[in-house]
Design a protein around this ligand. Structure first.
Ligand code: FJE
Ligand code: FE
Length: 331
């Protein structure tokens, strides 16, 4: 039996379909536990080094911008940053609140709407509204000045993630990638649905170009569904629960509820189970760390204090990327 187990294990990929049918025919005999052990080893959905929750933080409400309410996930004191991520807010705005004219330099902002719409206008004449399920992937690079305001009455919600750019990319030309909800690739497997905002999952790939390699997945799990997502070993990863409660890492862990941020430790992938009777929705975000010094002054993120000083000067005198700021105001 030992030899057979070893042989099977070394041919796991080829033999898996055979073994799966084999299992159903053998589970009732007295080799049951052995078969189960083989099967857990064979299970393509488990990882050699599963990522476990190393930190769990409840993102409470705070005020931000002009009267907006945010649950800060990354960027709060307990979770200053998670290289390459600088900040993530779960935001909620109702008029007249919003994020009026402000600059960015040195990183990307990714806005993903969960309810309502946000209208953005920038100093280069770029303007538009993103609605529920849409994504705006904005590479601020050398400089963007814009406003982000609720599109009409009522409550508008979404996630905004700030991804740092490497020193070589901080001063690149600004760029927008906008994806309408219907253009976001999605897939479903046994009650687990994924929307792929960046990277790849369940065999589907996002068209978004990530300058700093990033994975951004929005999972919805029906009761009893589970998901096993590969995440590159060297990347930093976290999850944020939007709705319901989920078991993260190992099957026997205590479920974690909505509005918690979970840092996922080292490993090759993460497993999540919905053991509740309600839907579970969470985002899984991972990125390749830049391992560079970070000096942040509000919406400017550079590598050194000298670069920040330069940025403040550029912004003040409308130069080196802020030229169009001279006579611009949102309307
Ligand atoms: C910003 C204060 C801010 N979280 N979530 C200071 F509020 C902002 C800012 C945002 C923001 C915008 C949206 Cl649409 C969603 C957000 C903070 O605009 F950039 C600085 N520096
Ligand atoms: Fe902004």
């Amino acid at each position: 039996m030992r030899a057979a187990v070893t042989a099977i294990a070394s041919h796991r990929r080829l033999l898996l379909p055979v073994l799966q049918s084999f299992q159903t025919s053998i589970t009732t005999n007295r080799n049951r536990t052995i078969v189960r052990n083989i099967m857990s080893e064979m299970d393509p959905t488990s990882f050699a080094r599963p990522r476990l929750v190393t930190k769990k933080v409840l993102a409470k409400h705070q005020r931000e911008g002009d009267g907006a309410i945010v649950r800060r996930c990354i960027g709060r004191s307990e979770l200053k940053s998670l290289d390459p991520f600088l900040m993530m807010d779960d935001f909620s705005v109702s008029p007249p609140a919003g994020f009026p004219d402000h600059p960015h330099r040195g990183f990307e902002t990714v806005t993903y709407m969960t309810q309502g719409g946000i209208t953005h206008q920038d100093f280069a004449g770029h303007k538009g509204t993103i609605h529920t399920g849409d994504v705006q992937w904005m590479t601020a690079g050398k400089g963007i000045i814009h406003s982000e305001m609720p599109a009409g009455e009522g409550v508008h919600k979404g996630l905004q993630l700030w991804i740092n750019l490497s020193s070589q990319d901080k001063m690149i030309e600004p760029r927008y990638q906008e994806l309408l909800s219907e253009d976001i690739p999605s897939a479903e497997q046994d009650g687990a649905e994924v929307r792929v905002i960046a990277g790849e999952s369940m065999g589907v790939r996002s068209p978004v170009y990530t300058r700093t390699p990033t994975m951004y997945l929005d999972f919805s799990l029906r009761p009893r569904a589970q998901v096993h997502q590969h995440v590159p070993e060297s990347w930093n990863a976290f999850a944020y629960i939007l709705e319901g409660e989920g078991v993260f890492g190992y099957q026997n862990k205590t479920p974690i509820s909505a509005n918690h941020v979970l840092v996922l430790g080292p490993g090759d992938g993460v497993s999540v189970w919905n053991k509740s009777s309600k839907p579970l929705r969470f985002v899984l975000i991972a990125g390749q760390p830049l391992n560079e010094p970070v000096v942040q002054y509000g919406p400017f993120v550079m590598n050194t204090q000298a670069e920040i000083d330069q940025t403040i000067e550029d912004y003040h005198y409308s130069k080196n990327g802020f030229e169009m700021a001279k006579h611009w105001r949102s309307h």
